[in-house]
Design a protein around this ligand. Sequence first.
Ligand SMILES: O=P(O)(O)OC[C@H]1O[C@H](O[C@H]2O[C@H](CO)[C@@H](O)[C@H](O)[C@H]2O)[C@H](O)[C@@H](O)[C@@H]1O
Length: 289
Amino acid sequence: MSSHPDSSPAPMPMPLPTPATQAGRDGLDALLARPGRAVLAFDFDGTLAPIVPDPEQARAHPDAVPALAALAPKVTSVAVVTGRPAGVAVRNGGFAGVPGLEHLVVLGHYGAERWDAVSGAVTAPAPHPGVAAVRAELPGFLDQIGSWRGTWIEEKGRAVAVHTRRAEDPQAAFEALREPLSELAARHDLIVEPGRMVLELRPPGMDKGVALTEYVREVAAESVLYCGDDLGDIPAFAAVDKLRSDGVPGLLVCVGSSEVPELADRADLVVDGPEGLVRLLTAMTDQLG
Ligand SMILES: O=P(O)(O)OC[C@H]1O[C@H](O[C@H]2O[C@H](CO)[C@@H](O)[C@H](O)[C@H]2O)[C@H](O)[C@@H](O)[C@@H]1O
């Protein structure tokens, strides 16, 4: 066999996995049959970006943005739907100015904020007054209910999050703080959004399911793929279920983890970490030619 670059064989296309459910297979078939009418939406942390102890250090997997950029021109739209502020997801994801992602949309704060690559601007509602009140009260409140060493507060602008991943016992800290933080949130007309070793106090009225459904309608998509890894993605999974019952085929993909087993149970396809998602995106791109 010659090793000359001109005569080297073309790389083998990445094999496309088969979804475990009929609804998922229908969703994937519809997406591949009419990619020009499909929306692909992805969570950020744990899905496009590996989980790390410090949220500031989270970055998209190095192959994730190139994989999205290769696939995006073949479909109607690619969106990132995240609990992060939209601007933070854009920065940590490295999503701005990427050829192929000229029409990317990032729906931040569970859909309350929106960044789009066309304008490069973020639109957002007025801040909820409860967030400022909770921000002021939270440090003293945490001291009062007991010291969970390693627990810390993430300032998110339109929300505040209490992280337990770096506590001595992350799960015990999460469980112990959940109820008191729910009461604190309720006193200020906020809700608690639980996630992977994090309890976020944020305004009510928006979730990833509402955000995804509105976006699918806005771009008149005829099929949808949603991929996530966390509890905050469950409303988006439920939204895809509802869209399917309304006649819009969909594929639910879970980036599996031992921290959120319930999401894998609801998915049509489970992939192994952001690397597994990159393999899926590459296989879809290969399939679409
Ligand atoms: O909707 P997402 O994009 O999944 O964002 C949800 C939360 O993600 C971040 O926290 C998670 O990722 C961190 C970095 O890997 C990790 O340290 C933490 O334990 C995870 O919960 C982010 O910090 C939160 O604000 C988001 O709500």
